[in-house]
Design a protein around this ligand. Structure first.
Ligand code: ZN
Length: 304
């Protein structure tokens, strides 16, 4: 097979001093895994990207990457739903994912057994939320949404990831249907027209019959999607009063961000004051989808 060709490996020129500890990051997505090693300053020193295949094969590649690298701890952000309650018998499992072969799979134990390091296990969006939190000043209340193949969200409040009986599932909240979008059924396999069902990447193709990446950024469909995202942002604003909402993921663009801002202001209608309105809704501060990696390093460091 073409396995090695699909595997992109980079060594980044960040300093490793002999006395500095190293931390690991595993970002497990539905299509690819990104594994990285970071230094005390949370800078990436080595990184590898490979395709997500079966759990056995994929986890084996993760183990191979980290073997012999002497990381002190690993932060692991995975696609969910997953079980991240430490006391739960299924802690470390991906639970009910529709992704073939990955439902009810223990992903933490094989890694712990092979690598013998502490692992902080959470969702990829929680990792991203944490990465954005530590990369910004004055982000005591930060909400991170990823708008991509699905919609997920994580919240960091006063330095802690939010969620007691599990992780947030704010991608599946209900939003008010727009009159000119009444015909569209929605794509969520569970709820049809929840936020994910109306505003995730696959809704572009479902609505227009052309692949999402081929839809022009100024296409009117983004007015509809932007409104639904804005509704979610209003709801979370009213619920937890964060000081920033970060919008990441493949569907987001500067153009869509402006639409979301416009719709957000209209929907909130000055009911509560947003002091930093210009930056309250923002694209990620960490470039090249790196929020989760930085977040994982920081979560790993937190274990020490
Ligand atoms: Zn849903």
């Amino acid at each position: 097979m073409q396995e090695n060709k699909q595997q992109i490996k980079t060594t980044i020129d960040a300093p490793i001093t002999s006395d500095s500890r190293l931390f690991g990051s595993i970002e497990g997505g539905g299509t690819k895994f990104v594994c990285a090693i970071g230094n005390e300053q949370l800078e990436v020193v080595e990184k590898v990207v490979f395709k997500t295949t079966t759990p056995e094969e994929t986890l084996q590649k993760v183990i191979k990457f980290f073997e012999g690298k002497s990381v002190s701890a690993i932060g692991m952000g995975m696609f969910g739903p997953l079980e991240n309650r430490l006391t739960h018998e299924k802690y470390g499992y991906i639970t009910s994912t529709p992704k073939e072969g990955w439902a009810d799979v223990d992903v933490v134990r094989p890694l712990k057994e092979a690598l013998d390091v502490p692992i902080y296990f959470t969702t990829d969006v929680n990792s991203s939320a944490y990465g954005e939190f530590i990369s910004r000043e004055k982000a005591d209340g930060l909400v991170y949404y990823t708008i991509g193949t699905g919609i997920g969200a994580g919240i960091v409040l006063n330095g802690e990831i939010v969620g007691v009986t599990g992780h947030p599932e704010m991608g599946h909240v209900s939003v008010k249907r727009l009159a000119d979008d009444a015909e569209f059924e929605g794509v969520c396999p569970y709820h049809k027209d929840c936020l994910e069902g109306l505003a995730s990447g696959p809704t572009l193709e479902a609505r227009l019959g052309i692949r999402g990446e081929n839809v022009a950024l100024d296409h009117p469909v983004f007015e509809i999607i932007g409104n639904y995202i804005a509704q979610a942002c209003v709801q979370v604003t009213l619920t937890i009063r964060p000081n920033i909402i970060v919008l990441g993921g493949g569907v987001m663009s500067p153009t869509l961000l402006e639409i979301v801002k416009k719709e957000f202001k209209k929907t909130l209608n000055n009911y509560v004051e947003i002091e930093n309105m210009d930056t309250y809704l923002s694209l990620p501060a960490v470039v090249e989808n790196g929020s989760a990696t930085i977040g994982n390093f920081a979560l790993a460091k937190k274990l020490m």
